[in-house]
Design a protein around this ligand. Structure first.
Ligand SMILES: Nc1nc2c(c(=O)[nH]1)N[C@H]1C(S)=C(S)[C@@H](COP(=O)(O)O)O[C@H]1N2
Ligand SMILES: [Mo]
Length: 231
C-alpha cells in the first residue's frame, strides 16, 4: 500500500539502480530461471529450480525507501508472498528446525543481509519477479528480488539466489560494514543503521546519493554495451 512518506525520506521521481559501491559492476549470471537455494538450519536443504512454479501469484503496489533518504512511490510488483512460499515450500519440504528464526539473504552479485523470519512473514513481503507487468530487468533485480516495503531498501535483496535459515543468536554476514546494517531496519522507526540515531544519519547520506546513482547508471550502461552471445 502507498502511504505518507516516513520520517526523513524525500520523494524521488525515478527509481534508480543503487547499492553499495562494490556492487555497481556486478551483474547476475542467471537472469532467466528463478533458482533458489534453501540451506541452513533445516532438515532437508533444498535447491529449487523454477522456485515459484505453482505458487499463488499476487500483484502489489508499494513504496520503496532507500536508507540514503530517497523514496520512490507506487511501484507495481508481481510475484509470490514470502509467507506463502514459506508455508507451502519451506515448511513442508525443507523442514526448518525449531529456533530457525533468522534468515540470511544473498544475491547473485554477492550482496548479503538478513531479516527476522517474523518480519519476512508480513503480508506485504514479496518474492517479486515482475515490475509493471514485465519480467524483472538486470537494471533492477533479475530474475527475482525480495520486496520488503516496511524495511529500508538494503533488505530488499536483488538477484536473490539463497535464503538461509539460522538460529537467531548465530547472526549473519552482511555486505559492507556490520554497523551499517540494522537487524530490522524498519522504516517507520527510522532504524537506518545499527549505530547512531536515524535522524543524525540523514545529514551523512544526503551528499552521497547523487554520485552513487551516477556510478550505478554508468556501470549499467557499460555492461549493456558489451555484446552478449547466446549459445
Ligand atoms: N543484490 C543486491 N541487492 C541489493 C543491493 C545490491 O547492491 N545488491 N542494494 C540494496 C540497496 S542499498 C537498495 S536501495 C536497493 C536498490 O534497488 P534498485 O537498484 O532496484 O533500485 O537494492 C538493495 N538490494
Ligand atoms: Mo539503499
Amino acid at each position: 500500500m502507498t502511504q505518507a512518506l516516513p520520517p526523513g525520506q524525500r520523494n524521488n521521481a525515478t527509481f534508480p539502480r543503487l547499492g553499495l559501491a562494490q556492487f555497481a559492476r556486478r551483474f547476475p549470471g542467471n537472469t532467466s530461471r528463478i533458482d533458489l537455494d534453501i540451506p541452513g538450519n533445516v532438515e532437508h536443504p533444498l535447491h529449487l529450480p523454477d522456485a515459484l512454479a505453482g505458487l499463488p501469484r499476487i500483484g502489489q503496489v508499494s513504496d520503496f525507501h532507500c536508507v540514503t533518504m530517497w523514496s520512490h512511490r507506487s511501484l507495481r510488483w508481481g510475484g509470490v508472498r514470502f509467507t506463502d512460499f514459506y508455508q507451502r515450500v519451506v515448511v513442508p519440504r525443507a523442514g526448518p528446525r525449531t529456533g530457525a528464526t533468522l534468515v540470511a539473504l544473498r544475491g547473485q552479485d554477492g550482496a548479503r543481509t538478513g531479516m527476522l523470519l517474523t518480519d519476512l512473514l508480513n503480508d506485504d513481503v514479496l518474492l517479486a519477479d515482475t515490475l509493471d507487468g514485465k519480467a524483472l530487468s538486470v537494471e533492477h533485480e533479475a530474475p527475482l528480488r525480495l520486496i520488503a516495503p516496511g524495511h529500508y531498501g538494503y533488505k530488499s535483496v536483488k538477484h536473490l539466489c539463497r535464503i538461509e535459515f539460522k538460529a537467531e543468536d548465530s547472526g549473519y554476514r552482511v555486505s559492507g560494514f556490520r554497523f551499517m546494517d540494522h537487524p530490522r531496519a524498519r522504516v517507520a522507526r527510522e532504524e537506518r543503521r545499527r549505530v547512531a540515531p536515524g535522524w543524525l544519519l540523514r545529514y551523512l547520506y544526503r551528499p552521497l546519493v547523487a554520485g552513487n546513482i551516477a556510478r550505478f547508471a554508468r556501470a549499467l550502461a557499460e555492461n549493456e554495451a558489451i555484446p552478449k552471445y547466446c549459445p
